[in-house]
Design a protein around this ligand. Structure first.
Ligand code: FES
Length: 73
C-alpha cells in the first residue's frame, strides 16, 4: 500500500488525452466516492474522465463512441 505523502522521487507523470482519459504512471490507487479503493499495478493507467466507461474508474475506450442522442431512444 502506498504511503502519503509520497516518498521523495521522480514526479508522477499525468498526461491528459484530449477528449479521452488521463494517463497516469502506475501503480495507482484511486479512492472512489463510496470510500472503496481501486488499484492498478499497470505501468500506465488510463483513468476515465467521460464517465461512460463500464469499468470505472478505468477507461474502456467508450469515450470513442459518440453519445446517443435523445432521438435514438
Ligand atoms: S475516457 Fe475513456 S471511457 Fe471514459
Amino acid at each position: 500500500m502506498a504511503t502519503w505523502p509520497r516518498e521523495p522521487g521522480p514526479p508522477c507523470r499525468v498526461t491528459v488525452v484530449p477528449h479521452g482519459p488521463v494517463l497516469v504512471d502506475g501503480p495507482v490507487e484511486i479512492t472512489m466516492p463510496d470510500g472503496t479503493t481501486a488499484r492498478s499495478e499497470r505501468v500506465v493507467v488510463a483513468v476515465c474522465t467521460c464517465l461512460r466507461s463500464r469499468r470505472l474508474p478505468w477507461c474502456d475506450t467508450s469515450h470513442r463512441t459518440p453519445p446517443r442522442s435523445a432521438s435514438e431512444d
